[in-house]
Ligand binder design. Structure first.
Ligand SMILES: CC(C)(COP(=O)(O)OP(=O)(O)OC[C@H]1O[C@@H](n2cnc3c(N)ncnc32)[C@H](O)[C@@H]1OP(=O)(O)O)[C@@H](O)C(=O)NCCC(=O)NCCS
Length: 137
């Protein structure tokens, strides 16, 4: 497996999202969104893209999103390697004496995958629920 940084194309993005039956975004919005990523990874098996993950944000507040492994390649540790590398990027970006906040929304039933990396469920003793709104036009 080869991990490439900042190399997700709109075609790869659509293909991998479709492989896990996620809805896609239109082509223009996808190209613009990908170009605004802080950091991203795509995993290749030979020439075939089999996994990806992205960090978006401003270095203070950051979202981990689009963590996807093609179903034929799941359960082989690829998702964990993607997460470890995204988190390493964020650790390296965090200044000495600074702090950075990392957010994500787990798919239903996928919470334990993220708990392994140190994410905490919200609400908890210090936070209310995460909230989300989607605008459609
Ligand atoms: C979630 C996903 C990225 C995991 O990738 P993967 O390559 O299969 O994961 P790994 O092989 O690295 O597994 C890592 C650990 O997470 C666990 N895990 C994997 N998929 C899981 C799931 N669906 N639910 C709970 N735990 C899961 C594994 O059992 C493994 O545990 P272990 O280290 O104790 O053995 C992958 O299943 C996927 O793309 N799913 C569809 C898209 C998705 O839901 N993405 C997450 C968005 S919130």
């Amino acid at each position: 497996m080869e991990f490439k940084e900042n190399a997700i194309t709109p075609e790869i993005y659509h293909e991998l999202r479709s492989s896990v039956e996620w809805m896609n975004f239109n082509v223009e919005q996808t190209a613009q969104g990908l170009s605004r990523s802080l950091y991203s990874l795509v995993v290749f098996d030979e020439q075939k893209p089999v996994g990806m993950g992205r960090v978006v944000g401003d270095g203070i507040y950051n979202i981990i999103c689009d963590v996807v492994v093609d179903p034929a390649y799941q359960g082989k540790g690829i998702g964990s390697q993607i997460m470890n590398r995204l988190l390493n990027y964020l650790k390296e970006q965090t200044p000495e004496n600074g702090r950075t906040s990392i957010h994500l929304i787990a798919e239903k039933g996928k919470e334990t995958f993220y708990e392994k990396f140190g994410f905490k469920l919200v609400p908890n003793e210090s936070s209310g629920s995460g909230m989300r709104m989607i605008i459609r036009k």
